[in-house]
Design a binder for this molecule. Structure first.
Ligand SMILES: Cc1cc2nc3c(=O)[nH]c(=O)nc-3n(C[C@H](O)[C@H](O)[C@H](O)COP(=O)(O)O)c2cc1C
Length: 264
């Protein structure tokens, strides 16, 4: 595939994967490509765990689903991420970022007006919305043939210091290599992020992957081959909208936004 096409087609996969295992060749190719990423002084601070052990995947799925339910039930999720939700096409068209509310799950639509109020929270809980979405999340993770844990070497990853920033930057580049490679391989990838939001559940994830003291568990992803057709998932995190050039690029100095190409 043409490189530009690969970059344009990279997506977050919110739906289920095919049940087929990810071939050992593809697994190795993904991490080899990750290792080609740039890093400060070629320190290569990233580490990866390729996990295709069904028992561990099942335990991660339990933690992920349970975390999702808890975050929604307690309202933490809505409070934390409210700034990213857009409520009208007009707002979306103006800002061109965030997640358009229309793309939220059908189960939540009747409550959309109330979602950010105490009443809305109570209604959603009464109708078992957190359980439904937790179950969906559990199913997606449990049905993934491969998990990928990304870790950083703590001798490099020192939050608040430049080497901490550099390490995160390099890890992002390594992950982007993997993300782009999935396009070429007919695969998909999604963050398994809910356990990260609850410190005790993140500690359980570290225990599951047997993370030693000198490494920091940074993120976990689920991967697999993408089916030809998929139903829209209950929670659609992915958003295709992108800002116009004039909204994020400047010419020469920050005082002059780049002109948008005609017709954009
Ligand atoms: C740091 C970071 C965290 C993200 N967290 C999640 C997440 O928790 N769950 C998820 O499904 N997608 C997550 N995403 C994916 C974004 O939602 C997605 O990239 C964005 O909506 C654009 O969609 P696209 O990736 O399909 O182009 C994350 C992406 C980044 C870079």
């Amino acid at each position: 595939m043409e490189f530009v096409e690969v970059v344009k087609r990279r997506r977050t996969t919110n739906g289920p994967f095919r049940p087929d295992p990810v071939s050992p060749e593809h697994q190795r190719l993904l991490v080899e490509l990750a290792g080609m990423a740039p890093s400060h002084f070629n320190s290569q601070p990233w580490r990866f765990v390729l996990c295709d052990d069904p028992e561990i995947i099942a335990k991660v799925a339990d933690l992920s689903g349970e975390s999702m339910t808890r975050l929604l039930e307690e309202g933490t999720f809505w409070q934390r991420y409210r700034p990213y939700f857009r409520f009208s096409e007009q707002e979306m068209e103006e800002r061109r970022d965030g997640i358009y509310f229309d793309q939220l799950p059908a189960a939540l639509k009747p409550f959309s007006k109330y979602i950010f109020s105490g009443t809305g929270q109570a209604i959603m809980n009464k109708f078992g919305v957190p359980q439904t979405l937790g179950k969906d999340n559990h199913k997606l993770v449990a049905g993934s043939p491969l998990l990928l844990a990304v870790l950083l070497d703590k001798t490099e990853y020192k939050p608040g210091q430049l080497s901490g920033f550099y390490s995160v930057f390099g890890m992002g580049a390594a992950m982007q290599n993997i993300w782009l490679a999935t396009v070429e391989l007919g695969m998909g990838l999604q963050f398994v992020s809910t356990p990260m939001e609850i410190p005790e559940n993140w500690a359980k994830m570290q225990a599951l992957f047997e993370v030693p003291d000198d490494l920091e568990l940074m993120a976990v992803y689920r991967l697999g081959y993408v089916p030809e057709t998929t139903k829209r998932p209950t929670i659609d995190w992915s958003s295709r909208q992108r800002k116009r050039l004039s909204q994020y690029v400047f010419r020469n100095t920050c005082a002059t936004p780049e002109a948008d190409p005609a017709g954009s």
